[in-house]
Design a protein around this ligand. Structure first.
Ligand code: UDP
Ligand code: MG
Length: 316
């Protein structure tokens, strides 16, 4: 099979028939063998009925449906598990992404050898309240992830080599950082294609302003995981040692002050009057906490099923 189109959807009943017809037309025009996997993320409208109707007359249509709304990332993850095509294409269900981009995306993966090609909605049809924070978000993501050539991390329209989607796990709200997940899994040939974007035709956006706060928190998590995920002691041990060292210096200082004051017969010097006393106390306690966090982190990674899971590029 050439292509699996994975479509996460939450309450998109109006868009689905048009989307299905459009994908079908593009596939027929290009002679691709394909499947469409609708990932219903617990829709409460008639989306499921519409998908069943579509599937009746079209064997290309497959569906995985959640019992409740879990989020776009879990929906994508389930779609990825089931995808069989050599190239996997993800696309939003709201008709904002154009299926006409599929042939070129497919070509970039199969001929240009990209692991992942992300769409770039260079001209966006979204309100300013969304486009401006998005610019900032993408700049930060570029910096933190080290993927310097991407302008639009969170574009719903993306194409992948099959191996990529089988090796990454998208959870929580991590769909915003799939290129970063792919890079961390060793798939570094990541490209970009300018894609057409349209205003939402039916329904409303499913994400609120909290997307930006959560987006940044997720980025921090991913950065930490990629740097210290399997060796947490390397960061906490370092911070702990640093704190202990500061605490040690402060203790030494306060002791010296005390001894000096005793020798000079100034018995009015109390260690509790010195700022170094409090510094040594705080630094020692914090240092100990960093160390304990590091040990607990090590115990957790030791028991994690991921601890010895590596992406294998080749095997002889
Ligand atoms: N979506 C989903 N689960 C959710 C929220 C959204 O599957 O909890 C789907 C939604 O139906 C759409 C895609 O993810 O197909 C992108 O969502 P939306 O268009 O609302 O996001 P925006 O374009 O505003 O970023
Ligand atoms: Mg949309």
């Amino acid at each position: 099979m050439d292509i699996s189109v994975v479509v996460p959807l939450y309450n998109e009943e109006e868009s689905l028939p048009e989307l299905h017809a459009w994908i079908t037309r593009v596939m027929a025009e290009n002679g691709f063998s394909y499947e469409i996997i609708f990932c219903n993320d617990g829709s409460t409208d008639d989306s499921m009925r519409v998908i069943r109707e579509l599937a009746k007359d079209d064997e290309h249509v497959h569906c995985v449906s959640f019992s409740r709304n879990y989020g776009k990332s879990p929906a994508l993850n389930e779609g990825f598990k089931r995808a069989q095509g050599d190239v996997v294409i993800t696309m939003d269900a709201d008709l904002q992404d154009s299926p006409d981009e599929i042939p070129e995306l497919y070509r970039m993966i199969t001929e240009d050898g990209y692991d992942l090609v992300s769409g770039w909605k260079q001209k966006r049809y979204d309100p300013l309240s969304k486009t401006i924070p998005t610019k900032l978000f993408n700049a930060t993501a570029r910096k933190v992830s080290g993927i310097k050539n991407l302008h639009d991390f969170n574009c719903g329209l993306k194409a992948y080599k099959k191996a990529v989607v089988k090796h990454i796990e998208v959870y929580g709200d991590m769909h915003r950082y799939i290129p970063y997940l792919a890079k961390n899994a060793g798939y570094k040939k990541i490209g970009e294609k300018v894609v057409h974007h349209q205003a939402r035709k039916y329904g409303t956006t499913k994400f609120g302003l909290d997307r930006f706060v959560n987006g940044y928190l997720d980025l921090a998590t991913l950065w930490f995981q990629s740097k210290f995920g399997i060796k947490p002691m390397h960061i906490f041990g370092l911070l702990g040692s640093l704190m202990f060292f500061i605490g040690f210096l402060a203790t030494l200082t306060v002791l010296t002050l005390k001894i000096v004051s005793m020798c000079s017969a100034d018995y009015h010097f109390y260690v509790t009057n010195s700022v170094y006393f409090y510094l040594s106390l705080a630094a020692m306690v914090m240092g100990l906490q960093f160390f304990l966090t590091g040990f607990i982190g090590e115990l957790i990674t030791r028991n994690s099923p991921e601890r010895n899971k590596y992406g294998i590029g080749e095997e002889w």
